[in-house]
Design a protein around this ligand. Structure first.
Ligand SMILES: C[S@@+](CC[C@H](N)C(=O)[O-])C[C@H]1O[C@@H](n2cnc3c(N)ncnc32)[C@H](O)[C@@H]1O
Length: 328
């Protein structure tokens, strides 16, 4: 196997081993770098092979390889982070900062190897340490990661469950006989369970989620990057996904709720006339401003709780219908 493929396998292994490693652990101790040792060892061990590759490739090839590795590492870091806490928001600044960090790290190592300077253990240790400190500081700007204790070597992910079809339909009060196509499940979950069920019974359904194992009917993207066609969808569904994040952002200090409000209006605008948006939790702080001439809002208590003799939660499910002229 050539060194290029080996590096990608190494990166994969690195992320698997470190999926739960706390990068903020030992923040006060300069000598403790939980992620760095593997990298140092790998570079030292593969120095000759790397050297051979660099001396037998032209600059375009090397630059392309650096870009590929930097892009892949950025993607894997983001995936790791959103799997630890589903509420982390990924914007272009974060993506670019991570990409530049990985690119710079690789360029520095490759430049040294290219000049046939033998890797010095102190130098590589320092480089990896610096890289890791910069990574910590980039990830340290994310509120949702700072909530992990720095005293624990490993972190426990914030729960992000996926629910059965029966539960989702019940909570959202969806009558499957009357559901209108095409259907979009916005934040459908990695398994896209509801989308698959709707497809199985012959309905045209699609999902959007930034984590997905399904490539058939699901588009893997951040929901802010998914452009919604106006007047297109018969039904949009968001079960504990988009509106849950919107509500949380609304309550959060410094939350970017404007971005959510815009996307929420884009979702409503993408319903065709008579189309319906089903979601939970409810968003009373924005629903109150919708024109009753354009939208009919129905709220439902979560009868799941009532049946279990529990106090209903302070959240509801909502169905918003986009009104046609004849409904007014
Ligand atoms: C609690 S799960 C609910 C999944 C599904 N609706 C269900 O009820 O089983 C929330 C989903 O929202 C997705 N999600 C969170 N933030 C997202 C974003 N910015 N863009 C796309 N999907 C996102 C997560 O990946 C996760 O699959």
């Amino acid at each position: 196997m050539n060194i290029k493929n080996k590096i990608f396998i190494f990166i994969n292994d690195l992320y698997k081993v470190n999926a739960r490693t706390n990068i903020f652990y030992g923040l006060s101790r300069n000598d403790d770098f939980p992620l760095g040792n593997y990298v140092v060892k790998y570079i030292i061990f593969h120095e000759k092979e790397l050297n051979h590759y660099l001396n037998n490739s032209d600059n375009v090839e090397i630059n392309n390889f650096v870009k590929k590795v930097a892009g892949y590492s950025t993607e894997r870091t983001i995936k790791t982070v959103i799997e630890l806490n589903q509420y982390v928001e990924v914007d272009a600044t974060l993506v670019n900062e991570l990409y530049d960090l990985y690119e710079d790290f690789l360029v520095r190592i490759f430049k040294t190897l290219y000049s046939n300077i033998s890797i010095n253990l102190d130098w590589i240790n320092r480089l990896v340490m610096e890289h890791q400190l910069k990574l910590r500081s980039i990830l340290g700007t994310i509120d949702e990661l700072r909530l992990f204790s720095i005293t624990k070597r490993f972190v426990e992910p914030i729960p992000c469950s996926e629910y059965s079809v029966a539960l989702q339909l019940k909570i959202l009060n969806i009558n499957i006989e009357k559901i209108k196509e095409p259907i979009l499940d916005f934040g459908c979950g990695s398994k896209a369970t509801l989308v698959h069920y709707l497809r199985k019974i012959g309905l045209e359904a699609y999902g959007v989620d930034r984590i997905t194992n399904d490539k058939l009917y699901t588009i893997q993207t951040d929901w802010f990057n998914y452009e919604l066609k106006p007047n297109y969808w018969g039904t949009i569904i968001s079960h504990l996904s988009f509106t849950n994040h919107f509500k949380r952002t609304h309550l959060k200090k410094n939350g970017n709720y404007i971005k959510y409000a815009r996307k929420y209006m884009e979702l409503l605008n993408s319903l065709k006339l008579d189309g319906e948006f089903y979601y939970t939790p409810n968003l009373p702080f924005i629903e109150q401003f919708l024109s009753p001439k354009s939208y009919k809002i129905n709220n439902y208590f979560l009868n799941y709780d009532i049946q279990r003799n529990r106090e209903p939660l302070d959240i509801m499910s909502v169905r918003i219908k986009k009104l046609s002229k004849s409904d007014e």
